[in-house]
Design a binder for this molecule. Structure first.
Ligand code: HEC
Ligand code: HEC
Length: 470
């Protein structure tokens, strides 16, 4: 890939940091770093493709100690955290580093895809947690690798939803102040309800009735739990946790006082430009499609199954589509926190206009001109267990402020390509994972269980058309 786009990349990044020329047989993935200065404002189609191709190199490259892989003196934690004693082993299956390429796990059916059970990751609470070398679920939650197709559209939906919810809060505050009385307002975006807020005239906010989103009203679409806001933030976490490759924008001098926080002899292992390339690769991955079976019986069953899916309430959470106003992806993102490059830290954010890509022309649009993102999700978290059906209650650790039994609705686009199922990847069939829905999913699950064999089978026939087609 590098060689195919090599000349164009050089053209884009004439000012790339001059790296010393490496021998073709060098055991190093990163041959030159992407310079952030080359990424300001809208990229044209060729620039975007070249940047995404470099992101693919970084996503599929198997990092070596010569690149700075490994973190002898740093833990997997999201906030830069030192280990108490150095660790020399290159790999550790649990607290990591557990792999040396993103695509070691995200590879089904191609790079950027999902992962089998063998590629599960052991996720700790995350922010300051210590090392763990045990499978005891008291120390980590075991998660299956989800796919990243359409991830740019997912992040864009979340950004627009966050903006909507925050605007509603601001309007409520103004109304309460002007009216001199408490205001109870309904939070909702793109037809998805997020509970209520009560605002007092003095601006005090009662968050207790918020539903399915954090109290800061930031919609965090990523991870099976729904606790990460942006691809940029996730990528920096993943690079450190899985590979011991530390991004300068979090682990560098500015936040830690040293370019080599993990003390492996390599400073500034990933530049902000490298992270941008990784974001561009993920954000431009096409959304999974609808596969049209040749088999007439399958086509027929799928059509009936799709109707049944809505009729029994699956579509209340797995929304067939959500409307998106703009598909121009600004990077850095508007709602990131410290330690992930922020809009305020660059002069002009780069813009990856997804409309430049061939797949974008296939997105349906509504009368208002919005793009309809066919995700089969709602970007909202739900309680998924109850006293009788508690299969999803298999984690012992809450994450961030989110209870153990609460998970974000899995987007079902691509689901036919990403077995095994469930957040732990421990169910081999769609039938099993549907039957595992308790809590808020219980009523539609019960309707599925009570339905005729023919209706259940039709529903599976429908889900089996939601494929990632490379
Ligand atoms: C050891 C396996 C493994 C490796 C290596 C890995 N991932 Fe993941 N990835 C996962 C798992 C497991 C999840 C789900 C995590 C969760 O729910 O907490 C995930 C989730 C994600 C998500 C969120 C997707 C979503 O829709 O919620 C992104 C983005 C992501 N990974 C990017 C990366 C990048 C970039 C790299 C390389 C730096 C990488 N991953 C390396 C296993 C892996
Ligand atoms: C209350 C919201 C809600 C309803 C209603 C609901 N689901 Fe889900 N669904 C979820 C959540 C949340 C998950 C993720 C569960 C987990 O693994 O943690 C999920 C996961 C799934 C998965 C597994 C995806 C994967 O990649 O592992 C499938 C398949 C699925 N749902 C199908 C259905 C069907 C079919 C129905 C209707 C019978 C339904 N769901 C109703 C919220 C819902």
């Amino acid at each position: 890939m590098w060689f195919r786009v090599g000349t164009a990349l050089l053209a884009l990044a004439g000012s790339l940091a001059t790296a010393q020329e490496l021998a073709p047989w060098s055991e190093q993935v990163i041959r030159r770093h992407v310079d952030m200065a080359t990424l300001a404002g809208p990229l044209d189609k060729e620039q975007l493709q070249v940047l995404a191709a470099q992101g693919e190199v970084l996503f599929t490259g198997r990092f070596t100690t010569a690149d700075g892989a490994g973190r002898p003196m740093a833990t997997q934690a999201i906030i830069p955290t030192k280990r108490s004693r150095p660790v020399d082993a290159a790999f550790q299956r649990l607290a990591g580093p557990d792999a040396n390429a993103c695509s070691s796990c995200h590879f089904e059916p191609v790079a950027g895809g999902a992962g089998p059970f063998t590629a599960n990751a052991f996720v700790s609470e995350g922010f300051e947690s210590a090392d763990f070398d045990t499978l005891d679920p008291q120390f980590s939650n075991e998660r299956n690798t989800n796919h990243l197709f359409g991830a740019g559209l997912i992040e864009l939906l979340a950004r627009e939803m966050t903006a909507d919810l925050r605007r509603q809060r601001r309007e409520g505050q103004i109304k309460a102040r002007d009216g001199g009385e408490p205001v109870r307002l309904a939070l909702s975006s793109k037809g998805v309800d997020f509970g209520h807020l009560v605002v007092d005239p003095d601006g005090t906010i009662d968050n207790s009735e918020i539903d399915g989103v954090d109290a800061d009203l930031t919609v965090r679409p990523f991870s099976q739990k729904g606790v990460f806001a942006s691809l940029r933030q996730f990528t920096i976490n993943a690079m450190n946790s899985h590979h011991g490759m530390q991004a300068a924008e979090r682990f560098g001098v500015r936040w830690t006082g040293t370019p080599d926080f993990d003390e492996d002899g390599h400073g500034d292992e990933l530049t902000p430009g490298d992270i941008s390339a990784l974001v561009a690769f993920q954000a431009t991955l096409p959304p999974p499609g609808r596969f049209a079976p040749d088999d007439a019986a399958w086509r027929d069953a799928a059509a009936r199954g799709e109707v049944f899916f809505s009729a029994i309430g699956c579509a209340e959470c797995h929304r067939p589509s959500l409307p998106l106003k703009s598909i121009a992806f600004a990077d850095p993102a508007p709602f990131d926190g410290a330690g992930t490059l922020r809009t305020t830290e660059v002069e002009t954010a780069a813009v990856y206009d997804l409309a430049l890509l061939a797949w974008a022309t296939k997105l349906e649009r509504n009368d208002a001109g919005d793009y309809l993102v066919p995700l089969f999700g709602d970007l909202k978290r739900h309680i998924m267990t109850d006293n009788e059906v508690s299969v999803f209650g298999n984690e012992l650790l809450a994450q961030r402020f989110v209870e153990r039994s609460v998970f974000i609705t899995a987007e079902l686009w691509g689901v036919a390509s990403t077995d095994p199922y469930g957040h732990r990847g421990d169910m081999t069939t769609l039938d099993e994972v549907i039957r595992a829905h308790g809590g808020a999913g219980r009523a539609s699950r019960d309707a599925y269980v009570a339905a005729s064999e023919a209706d259940r089978s039709a529903l599976i026939a429908f889900l089996q058309t939601l494929k990632i087609e490379p």
